[in-house]
Ligand binder design. Structure first.
Ligand code: ZN
Length: 44
């Protein structure tokens, strides 16, 4: 199954998901103040 790799530009966290799943869950970015989500970009 094809996957996309994603990286958070803010904290550098990486994850991969199948292409059909779309973007990763926003989650919570530990490098941002408050309860803000990761900034995922494709990193293939
Ligand atoms: Zn992050």
């Amino acid at each position: 199954m094809p996957t996309n790799k994603w990286m958070c530009t803010h904290c550098g966290r990486r994850t991969s998901r199948s292409v059909s799943s779309g973007r990763p869950l926003p989650g919570k970015c530990s490098r941002k103040e408050g309860n803000r989500p990761h900034s995922w970009v494709k990193n293939n």
